[in-house]
Design a protein around this ligand. Structure first.
Ligand code: SAH
Length: 374
């Protein structure tokens, strides 16, 4: 179901003279507020009163902090901002998956998908507007890269859904929306803190997964964080020759180096493997993939190809995926087949943005494949 609201004007651009409280760690935001209230001779508890409205019990504006005297709300308004991302479109699938298109202050559009499953609510979030990596089967890659998101724009995807009525409260986060998170490490690093900090969104590190094509310095940086954030690597092919053809980044970061990085990561890694009929689902592929997964003690997630704009690729049949999976399991590999969700709304990142933008200006490429999450 498509809510056909016209594309809304972009929200007001962040004001450079005001401090954006959402682009700070919760500790820094709290310290900033403490200093602000101290300067005004206000008691220290005021800072906590405001800080908890950033992420824990969020409000849209200072005016909504009604337990604060109006004069203080006005004073906050003069010095700080808590910018919104505007939901310009949303789609709801029969299976409860919802897909949101957010408009950023500069008019850029990014996507977020919420996926309910039993008592979990997984949010698939974006880290960049577009993507530079050009993986052959991915819709976002065909858009090209526009810009990195700022930390607050990443974390605010989660915040905005908390502000809905009724709220959508994430229990799990996957960086599997638009963009390559480890090519935007500075912002992702801060966003991870905001997502995980109990004074921020309070989502357990083990419930936050960063998915990457294998950007080596980023994997090292993620591994150096003390929290147990999870790492998923888009492997998609068990040899350099095959992987190069599917993922141009393999020239810069070849498979062997990515596997080494996965081995040195001190937590268990997940391999993502999108099933491309006749391309990477052959008997020799399963043998080679099993060897790599054994080396890294990796968990393998087999992903049904989201059909459509994935070039000339054909999805491996459901039976084919089951056989591939059984074969990996016989080699001792832990493996899961990712459930396809939101098929009726094409819940593949890249698609909604394309639908909406197509109305504004023509684009060259067909964007109807994309990122499948579950
Ligand atoms: N850039 C990161 C994160 C975003 S993509 C990465 O590549 O890991 C999240 C996952 O969706 C990746 O494994 C990606 O390869 C996969 N994906 C992309 N296009 C897909 C499609 N058409 N069908 C299924 N999965 C796809």
């Amino acid at each position: 179901m498509l809510y056909g609201r016209p594309l809304a004007p972009p929200p007001a651009a962040p004001n450079m003279s005001k401090i954006n409280l959402l682009n700070l760690t919760p500790a820094d935001a709290n310290a900033t507020l403490e200093a602000f209230f101290r300067d005004r001779g206000e008691p220290a508890y005021r800072a906590r009163q405001v800080a908890r409205r950033l992420w824990q019990a969020p409000v849209r504006s200072f005016a909504d902090i009604t337990d604060l005297p109006a004069a203080l709300r006005d004073a906050l308004e003069q010095s700080f901002e808590i910018p919104s991302l505007l939901i310009s479109t949303q789609q709801i699938s029969a299976d409860g998956t919802r897909k949101f298109l957010f408009r950023l202050a500069d008019g850029e559009a990014i996507e977020t998908v919420s996926i309910p499953d039993a008592d979990r609510m997984t949010l698939c979030i974006s880290s960049q507007a577009g993507c530079a990596l050009q993986c052959a089967f991915c819709a976002t890659g065909k858009m090209g890269f526009t810009r990195n998101l700022e930390a607050y724009e990443i974390a605010a995807q989660v915040r905005e859904l908390l502000l809905l009525d009724p709220p959508i409260a994430a229990t799990n986060i996957v960086f599997m929306g638009m963009g390559e998170p480890l090519m935007n490490w500075r912002a992702v690093d801060l966003a991870l803190t905001i997502l995980n900090d109990p004074a921020g969104l309070g989502i357990g590190a083990r419930h936050i997964t960063v998915s990457t094509v294998g950007i080596l310095p980023g994997i090292v940086a993620l591994g150096e964080r003390p929290e147990q954030f999870r790492l998923a690597i888009s492997v998609h092919a068990p040899t350099d020759e095959l992987r190069r053809g599917l993922m141009p980044i393999n020239t810069k970061y070849p498979l062997a180096d990515v596997i080494e990085a996965a081995k040195s990561f001190d937590r268990r890694v997940t391999f993502e493997y999108v099933m491309l009929g006749g391309i990477n689902d052959r008997p020799e592929d399963v043998v080679q993939l099993a060897r790599l997964a054994q080396e890294c003690k990796a968990f393998v997630n087999l992903i049904p190809l989201h059909p459509g704009g994935a070039g000339d690729f054909t999805p491996t049949t459901a039976d084919g995926i089951r056989r591939f999976s059984a074969s990996l399991r016989r080699s001792g590999i832990s493996v899961a087949i990712r459930k396809s969700r939101g098929k009726d709304i094409a819940a593949a990142c890249g698609q909604l943005r394309v639908e909406r933008h197509r109305r504004r200006r023509p684009i060259a490429a067909e964007y109807d494949g994309g990122v499948e999450v579950a």
